[in-house]
Design a binder for this molecule. Sequence first.
Ligand SMILES: C[S@@+](CC[C@H](N)C(=O)[O-])C[C@H]1O[C@@H](n2cnc3c(N)ncnc32)[C@H](O)[C@@H]1O
Length: 295
Amino acid sequence: MFGHGGATVRLLRGDARRLDGVAAGSVHLVVTSPPYPMIPQWDALFRALGADDYVGMQRVLAEAWAACHRVLVPGGILAVNIGDALRTVDGAFRLWPNHAHTLADAERVGFHPLPYVLWKKPTNKPNAFLGSGFVPPNAYVTLDCEYVLLFRKGRLRRLPPHDPARAQSRFSRAERDRWFSQVWSDVRGAPQATPGGRSGAFPLAIPERLVRMFSLVGETVLDPFAGTGTTLDAAVRWGRNAVGVEWDPEVYRELVARGRTLGWRLVTRPAAATGARGGRPRRRRPAAGTGARTG
Ligand SMILES: C[S@@+](CC[C@H](N)C(=O)[O-])C[C@H]1O[C@@H](n2cnc3c(N)ncnc32)[C@H](O)[C@@H]1O
């Protein structure tokens, strides 16, 4: 584990659909969790973005994936944590398959889909059950998995064989075996309460794994739906530069405050175009508290 070292965090108040201020080809990895369409928590936000139905909500996300495609380097990876929704509309209860739209839309804007992860959150309620008791046919399978969908921009990245960052970025055999299996069942959800309500935050372990699986030390990781900054925290802990874009002014203010509290090297303005890696971080002792639960 690295510390903050030379890694910087650039925070931008802006729109994931545009990613203004993020130069084309300047990001090596995107790790994000967007607002989930058809989850009531996000209805007002989608409406403010001009989307008041399911199709419009998916369009917002598709435009964000297109912007991510523009800012990634060739061969860069997009990792999207998303869950499906269950909701009754016009008297009909049904599934709203957000993961399926994300797969199709990201492919349509130019990404190559890769094998993905099913994040099965451990639960204390193994019998949580929706439906009609013990009589068929009107009971429902429990929705207890989210997805971490993975995409590549074009072909494999070409790296110089003796780049020291490759050795610095190695993970262990045990980590590889755990992280590159298709079901992650060892990561609990994150606490959700914030002063402004529910944050939709994911636990630090999710972006930590993804940052270490798909980027090198000194590279740049973007979260276009930054929220509380969990991805940015994971990136700097592991010696990567981070860029976070957040649309909601109040959430953005809290994000800047959190960055100050965590001691990030903050930059709060757009950068000039660069695809270069930032300064190499110094090695440090592991920070306390790295693990599965943060906000
Ligand atoms: C699910 S939350 C992300 C939570 C984040 N992964 C974390 O751990 O805190 C989605 C975030 O995206 C923000 N958001 C929604 N639409 C956006 C847009 N068009 N551009 C940028 N941010 C947006 C929301 O305000 C919210 O903070």
